[in-house]
Design a protein around this ligand. Structure first.
Ligand code: PGA
Length: 252
């Protein structure tokens, strides 16, 4: 199955000029790649312009979304607006939004429902903090299961292949300390079986995120149970990100 490689630029880079340079380099490279799907999620302010400049090669996504279609919600962006811009994906529930911006599972649940209804592909981020992982992988699994139950509450009827899960242990994000691939495999298998038994989703995609780079990408992407990667820091360095795309292509 083709691997999915998602660039999460977060609140980077500093200028539109830099954003254009990175985006065009990535999209030119990705254009002729088969067997891999590349998604770039830049800050909202540049999403439509970047998409317009590089409509081919990569697909485009947002890093967040609100749950209403329109109205008096200062600073928010609706699923319909993202869809209308031409973007196809949205990241929901990133740990930075959960922990630094107070996003709750109830809010995340509403966002997922609204985004799926609007026809977007949702990349739902889940993952445990260090304090949980210290107690072992079994405890981390229970933590992730509880997140999934809350975030996907009431969604049984509308869940389908447009839902992608990104397993991102919080302690691995931006730290240079990636998870052990064997632990990631155990977690991705666990998430897939949970989605199958609880939500009757037979072919769900589960990505890994957390300090993925050109050096360690192979150790994750070579496994069939890891369907791709959500990449932060390394996605802002075009050369490094291209290495990850190439590895994904070879392992797809
Ligand atoms: P990182 O970020 O690759 O810089 O660890 C991943 C993410 O936050 O999605």
């Amino acid at each position: 199955m083709a691997k999915l490689i998602v660039a999460n630029w977060k609140m980077n880079p500093g200028t539109f000029r830099e954003a254009k340079t990175i985006a065009s380099s990535i999209s030119k490279f990705a254009k002729h790649k088969k067997n891999v799907e590349v998604v770039v999620c830049p800050p909202f302010i540049w999403l439509a312009d970047l998409l317009h400049e590089s409509p081919h090669g990569v697909r485009w996504g947002a890093q967040n979304v609100f749950w209403e279609d329109k109205g008096a919600f200062t600073g928010e962006v609706s699923p319909a607006m993202i869809k209308d811009s031409g973007a196809e994906y949205v990241i929901i529930g990133h740990s930075e939004r959960r922990h630094s911006l107070g996003e709750t599972d109830v809010m995340i649940n509403k966002k997922i429902i609204a985004a799926l209804r609007a026809g977007l592909r949702v990349i739902l981020c889940v993952g445990e903090p260090t304090s949980v992982r210290k107690k072992g992988l079994a405890v981390a699994k229970r933590y992730v299961m509880s997140q999934l139950h809350k975030d996907l509450h009431g969604l049984k009827k509308i869940l389908h292949s447009r839902l992608i899960i990104a397993y991102e242990p919080i302690w691995a994000i931006g730290t240079g300390k990636a998870d052990k691939p064997e632990d990631t495999i155990e977690m991705t298998r666990f998430i897939k079986s949970l989605l199958l038994t609880t939500y009757h989703l037979p072919h769900s995609s589960v990505l890994y995120g957390g300090s993925v780079n050109g050096k360690n990408a192979q150790s994750f992407l070579r496994h069939k149970d890891i369907d791709g990667a959500l990449v932060g820091g390394a996605s802002l360095k075009a050369g490094e990100f291209k290495k990850i795309i190439k590895i994904a292509e070879e392992n797809g």
